[in-house]
Design a protein around this ligand. Structure first.
Ligand code: GRF
Length: 226
């Protein structure tokens, strides 16, 4: 029997590690706040803890181990075949730690999102929290963006801003920002699944058909900001 409430928007989620953002997405689906069907979770690392999170939630998991492919192109092709088997309308990168080839990115243009722990365009790449501290930033945060061939460089949709405290270390800042990542990502994914969030060929993000001139900011509850 078909449950009329069953979400039908198919997505595939790619991970490499811990999977806390994956968990936030699974939990939002469980609370019926996110109308998506997670068809599969794919990891490039066999030991990724996120695989267990997916299994616990009854989601199919697959490993496409990058070390077993001769080069990036071969890995990306294998990954693409694995993803497309599930016919997702959105591919969600949730801590997926691989650079992606241009062909792969082009194949999912306009339907692949990533979350990054900085206020992009500041601090693309790794070690964002330490770099924000070293740069003396007073505000730091997280961003959800469409994926393009530029690493962490695609059009930004939604951000959360967190004040940096004098006592902050990279670890304390990371923890505070991760909490906001877990709020941000389900919101942006929901907009996409509802057809409210799109990006055009010029890289212009639209929400409800209106051009976004700057990333939207998700308000951070005062008790979570410090
Ligand atoms: C997050 O900080 C995310 O922004 C970045 O990688 C980390 C993944 O963490 N892209 P998790 O695996 O979701 O816990």
């Amino acid at each position: 029997m078909t449950d009329p409430d069953t979400p039908v928007f198919p997505v595939v989620i790619l991970i490499s590690g811990r999977g806390s953002n994956l968990q936030a997405i699974i939990d939002a689906v469980g609370r019926r706040e996110l109308p998506i069907d997670i068809r599969a979770v794919i990891s490039n690392r066999p030991q990724a803890a996120g695989l267990q999170r997916a299994s616990r939630a009854g989601i199919a998991t697959t490993i496409v181990d990058h070390t077993r492919h001769a080069n990036r192109q071969a890995f990306d092709q294998a990954l693409q075949v694995c993803i497309d088997r599930h016919q997702p309308r959105l591919v969600i990168l949730a801590g997926f730690m691989r650079l992606l080839s241009n062909d792969f990115v082009a194949h999912y243009r306009g339907r692949m999102l990533n979350i990054h722990p900085s206020l992009l365009p500041d601090f693309p790449g790794l070690n964002t929290h330490q770099r924000a501290l070293d740069a003396g930033c007073e505000v730091h945060g997280a961003s959800v963006h469409f994926v393009t061939a530029d690493m962490d460089g695609g059009p930004v949709v939604l951000q959360a801003r967190v004040p940096v405290e004098a006592r902050d270390t990279a670890t304390s800042l990371a923890a505070r920002i991760l909490k906001q990542e877990h709020r941000l990502y389900p919101v942006a994914i929901r907009w996409f699944a509802e057809g409210r969030l799109t990006v055009n060929d010029n890289g212009q993000v639209l929400i409800d058909g209106v051009n976004l001139n700057a990333p939207l900011q998700l308000p951070v509850p005062a008790e979570e900001a410090v």
